[in-house]
Design a protein. Structure first.
Lengths: 205, 205, 205, 205
DNA sequence: GATGAATGAGTCTTCATTCAT
DNA sequence: GATGAATGAAGACTCATTCAT
């Protein structure tokens, strides 16, 4: 158990440095001096630098996946919108608590290794697919308007990612308000509802 | 003028390679062998590798900025929604025509140099600010509902970025339809309009 | 005595690995994992890796030295050729029984440490000197023809070493026949005896 | 051509150092400081340290192979014994002129890489096979006595190798005399010819 | 005695950049 | 202007050995 603790210690330090400097500008020397271990000790716990980085990446993907739960229907279940809200809130809270991990995912993970790129892309694709399924379900149930749910799903995903990027740089004062704002945007867009019929007809063709 | 042509040639080759392999995995050797110039010649045209990369990055940011025009009001001007649509269409067409450049911006540019990161971030912030100003204007004019326009702006920006990422990987069959879908999503969200009032009251608090 | 047994155990395992992989490609990790002892335990029994290797080397040199006995003259002693034959047989049998040790000596011992190189070289030199003395004696006694006994000694030594290298790679079907063949070669060479006088005069000048 | 010269320069220096210190104790640092080139320059000419070493090894094997020519029969050809003598003389002269290369082959090449080991072994096997073929031919022609030519071939090979090892350590005063001595040993062994018949009957069974 | 986590000196290799021709 | 050989700083990784428990 001691061993795991040491490993975790190194991971924690590395996370911090990777988040600030990115993969390439981070040396093994940086990590070991921060973690106060010898060079060889590093390789006792991790196969190599990339291995450690991947582990952090897997960690953030795993943690996020846990927090994104599919919308469930049923008499016992909360309203779909409420489940959505809960998902968003969980993700946002995680991001706020683990800004370094988030930063690694958002800023430093893409484009340095084809394998990892694929893994990240596949994660996002799975999230998008989950959103899309929810939207399809919503259409069936009459909550959601007819639309290209794939495109909508990616719009939603992108919006959330962008907001996450923002709050990982600067913590928002009120996370709940933010979540509400996102929800409202996703559900009703920015147009004044009163004008939507007109818009539909006139502007949106 | 010969010099400029040669320079452009190198830029074109480099763009391709950077797009595929990213900044770090691209060697100067890769570039010069593709461009069929000698090592020393490379440094005749570009200060260094980073300089070349920055130039490509500036190029894509410049091209995008040109295509994103602020919403103008006036008797001569098209409807705001139409201006929006035009912006989106221009951006999407550029992305499709310059997938490599787009890839560089979206996938390979972040996290390898603080300067560049800042420049990219600032570009996005300016775009977001522009969107936000448009939304504020829309509220004033009564088109847009009351909302946190900053959050909405980042949601919109994120959605568009995500879609761009998608189409830079896989070209969509119909760019106009896609633009419409995005517009509709941004304006009216995914909820059925008929339910919005109920939603407003019940679910969205 | 427990300690000696343990030590011998480690030596046995190390012998095997050194024989197969050579000194440099053999890690302490290889040895301890094979011997099922802890890293620290290794250094309880041996000063270091080189020390262990040296011990194996000394062992093989010692064992060989024991088996190579000088030719003794006297009414009680067997014929010189018989003593020669016995020496060869003992060496060959040892080699067959201790192929790993032989391999270490022949293939992996030379060229990694000046000290050891010198020790091995000196061993061979001593063997060569012994052979030379026997030849000189043989000349005195009229068994051996006039020749440069030093050169002849090294030829004999080399021939035997080469054969040893062969049989350590692939066991021969009949060790006695092999010994006879070597003896015959050393005593009478490859030329047909009937031609030797002619040869001496004509070809060998 | 300049490039080849530089390469050869590095090879020459490396040869010297490898011969003295062996592969493992020789650093790239040793080589480049001796050759007065920069670290990167080394890798301009050689893929890596092993590559350079292999090249030297191939070189010595090639040079030796050239000097060992098969015994040819025919009215135009010199006597077989003369051809033998010429082979030996060529090899010995090469060894004397290229002691470092010889040293590399004899002392430092075995046991550090399975591939190279196999290549060297295969070289020796080919030489042995060539000797054996000559002996078989000699038997057919009546020059060579009936014997196990394979064993005899390895004895001859081993003898020559051992002598080579000696002269690479200490140059002999008279190379021709040495060659004669080896030839005589190989042809007629060490026993006094007058006794051979007796020996055949009495001692050699 | 036994353990195995920790150490850090030692090496190889890469690659952006320079500069003499 | 063009070339490409040369440079050397920088960085990853190995592994024999030690030592606190």
């Amino acid at each position: 158990m001691e061993k795991q603790a040491r490993r975790a210690q190194v991971l924690r330090h590395a996370k911090r440095i990777f988040a600030r400097k990115g993969y390439h500008r981070t040396n093994v020397a940086d990590i070991i001096s921060r973690a106060r271990i010898a060079r060889g000790t590093f390789y006792l716990y991790f196969e190599n630098k990339k291995d450690l980085f991947e582990e952090l990446l897997e960690q953030v993907l795993r943690e996020l996946a846990i927090r994104i739960q599919r919308i469930r229907l049923g008499p016992q279940e909360p309203e779909p919108a409420e489940q959505l809200r809960a998902n968003l809130r969980r993700v946002m809270c995680f991001v706020l608590n683990e800004r370094d991990l988030t930063n690694i995912l958002l800023s430093h993970a893409l484009g340095f290794d084809p394998d990892l790129d694929a893994r990240i892309q596949s994660f996002y694709d799975r999230v998008a697919a989950q959103i899309q399924r929810s939207l399809d379900l919503g259409i069936t149930m009459g909550f959601v308007r007819q639309c290209d749910t794939r495109t909508a799903a990616y719009c939603i995903l992108g919006g959330v990612k962008e907001i996450i990027g923002q709050i990982s740089r600067e913590a928002p004062p009120d996370i709940d308000a933010l979540v509400e704002e996102i929800l409202r945007f996703g559900l009703s867009g920015v147009a004044r509802p009163e004008l939507l019929q007109t818009l539909s007809a006139a502007v949106l063709g």
